[in-house]
Design a protein around this ligand. Structure first.
Ligand SMILES: Cc1cc2nc3c(=O)[nH]c(=O)nc-3n(C[C@H](O)[C@H](O)[C@H](O)COP(=O)(O)OP(=O)(O)OC[C@H]3O[C@@H](n4cnc5c(N)ncnc54)[C@H](O)[C@@H]3O)c2cc1C
Length: 411
């Protein structure tokens, strides 16, 4: 046996799993053809969003469905063709928008988010990455009366699930963030939230620590895994014999043959960002604009406007209309921004119930799934890594993970 554990995928989730397992003393090989954190983990909004327990699955999606399919000027868009090619995924996604299901999902997300810092902080400390983390909370603002009214329900739901939320008067919100140019009808502050100045930089630091601690990092694409009661063979240009394998390849996890992920309803919510180098001073913390559906986050490389949801295919090119939407709304939010210095498309790995998949694959005792973290992978990578390390050691995790089981009902 070459290693106790192979982790396939070096995004924030895979690197967190690898580092946690190495910190526990397991011998680990981490496999990815790309740089650590170069995928979806590089371009996110950078928020450690422990308040993010409300899923996209919400009754309002059902009410607004015609607008989503036929309208263009919305933070959530659905590709017609994609929806028709993936009717089961879409039907399950919509079934999870029913009020009762949405509440169950929120409860399951809140339970995991409640442990997020306990999973992430040891990794930040071990990696010596404290300088990349800023603790100024997150400010959410709404600019219309309708948005402000809608926020009443979401604030109440979060509070009921234990999230600390502070109502902020519009004038105070302007004092907190003088760069905001839009009308503010309502604002709330999540004081426990933090943000990361360089999301890929954080993954790189964790990866460097993993290697320093003796972890093996292999530049290769894993094609398939073959498990038996004795161990697992990973085919990644060479055959690697390991005790267990973790599938942590984000939105691409279904492509790994023999992993059990092929049969799961993993889809993607595409998301975009625009970078504005030299403009980070426009805000002092991540500011989420409710009606706009994106965040403005100050980062080391500049201001990042990141977010929106596009339900469309994995492989398709950037949809320039989505980028134009963010640019236009960004100017409404922050005034006369210059031309963006770069743009980006990323693939959130999303199950139709917006819950991550964390657990042992059905019928495959030595294959562990760790993907599907949708909007919360940066936040939940650490706790996922801790749970996976428990499973890799063959012991029960210190958390109830039934709601995230690969074999659950996806509706
Ligand atoms: C616009 C946007 C904003 C976001 N904002 C936030 C936020 O503020 N806070 C938050 O918590 N989350 C946020 N997210 C979500 C977060 O970025 C993702 O949930 C997270 O990056 C997923 O991490 P991952 O490691 O699962 O996947 P990835 O980062 O995509 O990593 C998967 C890795 O697997 C590798 N891989 C794929 N196939 C193979 C193979 N066959 N063999 C080997 N390796 C393979 C890839 O090369 C890649 O490196 C945001 C996402 C988007 C798109």
């Amino acid at each position: 046996m070459a290693h106790d554990l192979a982790v396939i995928g070096a995004g924030v989730v895979g690197v967190s799993c690898a580092l946690w397992a190495r910190m526990r003393g397991l011998s680990v090989v981490l496999i990815d053809p790309e740089d650590p954190g170069a995928g979806t983990s590089s371009g996110n909004a950078g928020t450690i969003a422990n308040y993010g327990c409300l899923p996209v699955n919400d009754p309002s999606v059902l009410r607004g469905l015609p607008g989503l399919l036929f309208g263009g000027d919305s933070p959530l868009s659905v590709s017609w063709g994609h929806a028709l090619r993936n009717p089961l995924w879409m039907l399950r996604f919509l079934a999870n928008c029913r009020a009762g299901r949405s509440d169950e999902i929120a409860g399951a997300l809140a339970a995991l988010l409640g442990q997020a810092d306990a999973g992430l902080n040891p990794l930040i400390e071990t990696a010596g990455a404290e300088d990349l983390i800023v603790s100024r909370g997150q400010l959410s603002v709404w600019s219309t009366a309708q948005g402000a009214a809608g926020a009443t329900e979401s604030v109440a739901r979060r509070r009921a699930l234990g999230v600390e939320v502070r109502e902020v008067a519009p004038d105070e919100a302007r004092e907190m963030e003088p760069g905001l140019m839009l009308p503010i009808t309502r604002a709330v502050h999540f004081p426990q939230a933090r943000h990361v100045l360089d999301p890929q930089g954080l993954v790189r630091r964790m990866h460097a620590k993993f290697v320093e601690l003796g972890g093996v990092s292999l530049r290769a694409r894993a094609e398939r895994v073959v498990d038996s009661p004795e161990g697992v063979t990973v085919f990644a240009g060479q055959e690697i014999a390991v005790g267990r394998v973790v599938i942590a390849s984000g939105a691409f996890s279904r492509a790994i043959a023999g992993s059990g992920a092929e049969s799961l309803p993993l889809g993607t919510e595409r998301g975009y960002h625009l970078m504005f180098a030299g403009e980070a001073g426009r805000v002092t913390r991540p500011v989420g604009w409710g009606e706009g559906g994106f965040y403005a986050t100050p980062m080391a490389a500049g201001l990042r406007l990141a977010g929106t949801v596009e339900i469309a295919a994995l492989g398709k090119q950037k949809n320039r209309a989505r980028l134009a939407y963010i640019a236009r709304k960004g100017r409404e939010m922050l005034g006369d921004l210059p031309e963006p210095t770069s743009d980006w498309l990323g693939f959130r790995p999303t199950m139709p119930d917006s819950l991550p998949v964390i657990g042992v694959a059905p019928g495959k005792d030595r294959v562990i799934h760790a993907f599907g973290h949708q909007h919360l992978g940066l936040t939940l990578g650490g706790i996922t890594g801790r749970i996976v390390a428990d499973l890799a050691e063959g012991r029960a995790p210190n958390a109830d993970i039934a709601a995230y089981a690969p074999g659950r009902r996806y509706y």
